[in-house]
Every structure is written in C-alpha cells, then in structure tokens.
Design a binder for this molecule. Structure first.
Ligand code: NAD
Length: 494
C-alpha cells in the first residue's frame, strides 16, 4: 500500500521536495532541505518532504502578517468565512478514503481509526462553519447618553504547532475556529507525521481561501517550532503536545507577550465501582486504554477499581488485552497498529521497565509481539499493570502507549482522591449503576472532561481542555472560537 501521488510528496530516495506553502504557493525549503518520513509498520521510507529553515518560518509569518494587515481577508464577512469552512468540509468528506489511508500509513493507526478521524474533522469544520456568523458581539448596559458595545475581532497571526498522534484532527480544532474568526495562520505539524497536514492545505487551497491566510512550514520543533514561538509577528501560539514542550513554548512566548493556548498531556483516571456490569466496564476500559495503541492524550491509562470486583475485573481485562489483534494497520480486523516511531517505543519500554522496578506487576503484555511479520515495525503488546500504588512513576507519568495501571479503592471518597491525585487534569471516567453517585464523582473530579458510564466521546460543541498541567485555554465549543478572537469595547457618547 502506497501514498497517493501528490506534488508535495516526493518519492523515497528523492533529494528534492516542494512541500512548504507560503503566501499561496508551494515551494521547497530555502536551503533545499528534505526529511524522510518513515512508515511505522515496517520502518521503510514512506515519502520525502521539505524540511524548513528558520528563514522559511519567518517568511511564512511575514506572509500571514501581510494577509492579515493588508489583504482581502479582513473584509470577508463572517458568513462567507463560514461558507469557506463548509467547502473545506465537503472536500474532506469527498476525499475521506484517501485521507484515512494517508493518516494510517503515516501514524500507524488502523484504517478504521483514520476514517473516524476524518469524520470527526468534517464535523469540526461544519460546527465552526455554523458558528462563524452567530455571535458578532453584544450591547452593554450603559448610562443615559452612552452607547456601549462589545465586538469580536480576529487575534491576528496564529502559529499552530501539533503532535503526531492525531495530526489532522488536532489541527482542525485550531484551523477551523481561526478561519471562522478571521485570523491568518502558520501551521507546523509534527515532523514525524506531516502528510495529512499537507493534504489539508491542498484542500484549503482548492476551497479558495485567499493566499497568505493559511501557510505551512514543515520541520523540527527545535528549529521551525521555536522560530514561530519567538517571532514578534505572531500574535498567538496554539500548541498541542507534551508537557515539557508546552512549558518551553510558554516561556518562549513570554518576552513578546503572545497569547498562548496549550493542550498538553493527561494521566486519566477511569474509576469502576462494584455495582456495574463488569463485562461492559472491561470492554470500555480496554478501548479507553488501547485505542490507537494508547497514544491518546485522553487515554484511560489509570484504572481505579473497587476492591470487591478488582480481581474479577483485572483477570478479564488481562484475558481480553492478550486477545487484541495486533497487526498491519491497513489489514482487516486489526485493532492495534504499531507505535509511531522507534524512539517512542523505546520510551514506552523504558516506562514499563521502570514500573516493574517500582514493584508493579505485569499481567498482560509487557513485551513486543512474537509474530516475526511484525518485527520490523514498532509494535508493542497491550500491557496491564496491577499492584500499583499512587506514588509510582508508572501511575503518575504519562506513558502515551498501550499501558494501563490498576489501583484499588474501598470508599467513594478514596476513589475521588485517587482520581484527583495527578498534576494533570484532562479527562476521567466513572462507572456506576448509581446515577447520583456518578454525578457526585463527576462533580468532584478536577478534569476538563468527565464521562459517566462511557470513556472517550467528545462533541465539537463541547469545550475540550485541561485543568492543572493539562493545559491553558479550551478548544472546541464556543470557547474554542473565543481563543481566536479579541473582545473590543466601543463606547460612544451620544
Ligand atoms: P511534542 O511536544 O514532542 O511535539 C509536539 C509538537 O511540538 C511537534 O510539532 C514538535 O515539532 C513541536 N515542538 C517540539 N519542541 C518545540 C519547541 N521547543 N518549540 C516549538 N515547538 C516544538 O509532542 P508529541 O510527542 O508530538 O505528542 C505527544 C504529546 O502530545 C503527549 O504528551 C500528549 O498527551 C499530547 N497531546 C495532547 C492532546 C490534548 O488535546 N491535550 C492531544 C494530543 C496529544
């Protein structure tokens, strides 16, 4: 299975590529640099793309700045920006199969998961298409003789820096509201998985968005990412990725007082009471922990299970984890593909080794698969740890792989205390047949999303983001649009 032919994707072995999109035209990097993109299924080279320099990042910011300050974009009415977003959504839906394949080849997620991502991205574009012209501001109560109103204006030039786990999806949460708000932008995907970001830019161009509104640079965080966060021409940095990178970006944005929106990691509790149907709870716990091989910021990586059902629950969890079909991401019936890279798998393996050293016990996985067919790729078996304690690294640190820990609790208060015993605060789940208890626990958990008797679903209309060190600001929903606009109070003496 190969990637489709595209002008911005060069064949393996190529020494040239034209995959930067600046001011409405495709071009190579200033120094002609390229990067090989690897297929995580078998470590082969999937494609060759451009590798930007800091000068390319500056050129992209300048193009976005010019399009914002003087271009036609500012005069485009909100309903027309909404119509543009609908056109992009139509094009994404048209190319669903192609995009799902691109995402699957690039990230190692299954084709089915790639298709789900495209459907979610279409929904996000449609949501912000609808919202674009719904809320232009409001009249404010003022004394006699004064007319006061608040209007919303675009923030300006936005830099968008995204991770490798949901390349297209995470980007859509930024690009769609920014277009709705009337901003211009420079996007920089993860250097590990740039393919569907290139595809999105192709569709944005086809949808007829004016030159300079959406610009794309590819390359490393250290060179291209940091050039964007330091550039005085950028008004807002919206970042999704790891906690360490997030703290660096916040510091880099400080000298020029850029607005910063951060979506960082999570170590998300999934609390199971003793009154639930165990069969269902185990099923959901498995997909919460192992969907996309656990490389999900909101993965249910930390199970907290009532003492009375702990043994039955974990035995069944281990049995079903061992039965998960691991294999070719483009194959039929496969549930778990490879991890994204050799480097990332090494991190997961180090975390598992540390967990064992700390005294946690593995009851499923804990190793690579035996199948020789999979030996070239970055596969790792779904792994379950029991005998875990709240103070262990394996319980507190995000692994971002197919690894789940199980702790026990006795009382509701203990379950809540464990659920909140994290520096993060992205998401959490509670399983109980007692509706009032479910509501009490949901109210007590300090996390941006709480699921009662489910784990994972989200809607474009509901805000997404973190308490604590899981981030700053919100994506999706009306607040996800507000991140990309400034409120201005206009006061008039009559
Ligand atoms: P990462 O932080 O290593 O990289 C993310 C992006 O930041 C990449 O594009 C990278 O090139 C760039 N970058 C790296 N250093 C930079 C710097 N100094 N300046 C500017 N940019 C820089 O994260 P990752 O490994 O790609 O993704 C995994 C992480 O993302 C996990 O921690 C996960 O929890 C988090 N994540 C969070 C959410 C959420 O919604 N909260 C969603 C997906 C992933």
């Amino acid at each position: 299975v190969a990637l489709p032919d595209k002008p911005y994707l060069s064949a393996p072995g190529s020494s040239t590529a034209a995959g930067l999109y600046i001011g409405g035209s495709w071009r190579p990097a200033a120094d002609g640099g390229v990067r090989e993109i690897v297929n995580p299924y078998d470590a082969s080279v999937l494609t060759v793309v451009s590798e930007a320099t800091a000068a390319d990042a500056a050129a992209a910011v300048a193009a976005a700045r010019a399009a914002f300050d003087g271009g036609p974009w500012r005069a485009v009415p909100a309903d027309e920006r909404g119509a543009v977003l609908h056109r992009v959504a139509d094009l994404l839906a048209r190319d669903r199969a192609e995009i799902a394949l691109m995402e699957s080849l690039d990230t190692g997620k299954t084709l089915e998961e790639g298709g789900i991502d495209v459907d979610d991205v279409v929904a996000v574009f449609r949501y912000y298409a609808g919202l674009a012209d719904k809320d232009a501001g409001r009249i404010v109560s003022a004394p006699e003789g004064v007319f006061s109103r608040v209007v919303y204006e675009p923030v300006g030039v936005c830099a968008m820096i995204t991770p490798w786990n949901y390349p297209l999806l995470q980007l859509s949460w930024k690009v769609a509201p920014a277009i709705a708000a009337g901003d211009t932008m420079v996007v920089k995907p993860s250097e590990v998985t740039p393919v569907t970001t290139l595809k999105l830019v192709e569709l944005v161009e086809e949808a007829g968005i004016p030159a300079g509104v959406v610009n794309l640079v590819l390359g490393s965080g250290a060179t291209v990412g940091s050039a964007l966060t330091e550039d005085p021409g950028v008004d807002l940095v919206s970042f999704t990725g790891g906690l360490d990178t997030g703290t660096r970006i916040m510091a880099a944005a400080a000298p020029t007082v850029k607005k910063v929106a951060l979506e960082l990691g999570g170590k998300n509790p999934n609390i199971v009471f003793d009154d639930v149907d165990l069969d269902t709870a185990v099923d959901y716990a498995l997909s919460a922990a192992f969907f996309h091989s656990g490389q999900v910021c909101s993965a249910g990586a930390r199970l907290i299970v009532h003492e009375d059902v702990h043994d039955a629950f974990t035995a069944e969890l281990a049995r079903r984890a061992d039965a998960i079909v691991i294999g070719h991401p483009q194959g039929e019936g496969v549930r778990c593909g490879p991890l994204v890279s050799a480097e990332h798998r090494a991190k997961v393996e180090a975390a598992v080794a540390r967990g064992t050293e700390e005294g946690a016990r593995i009851i499923a996985g804990g190793r690579r698969p035996d199948d020789p067919e999979l030996s070239r790729g970055y596969f790792y078996r779904p792994t379950v740890f029991v005998d875990c304690h709240r103070a262990m690294d394996i319980v507190q640190r995000e692994v971002f792989g197919p690894v789940v820990t199980v702790e026990r609790f006795r009382t509701e208060a203990e379950a809540v205390a464990l659920g909140n015993d994290t520096d993060y605060g992205l998401s959490g789940g509670v399983w109980t047949a007692d509706a009032a208890r479910g509501e009490r626990v949901a109210a007590a958990l300090r996390h941006g999303t709480v699921w009662i008797n489910d784990f994972g679903p989200y809607f474009p209309g509901a805000e997404w983001g973190g308490f604590g060190r899981s981030g700053v600001g919100r994506e999706l929903g009306p607040a996800g649009l507000d991140e990309y606009r400034e409120a201005k109070h206009i006061y008039r003496n009559l």
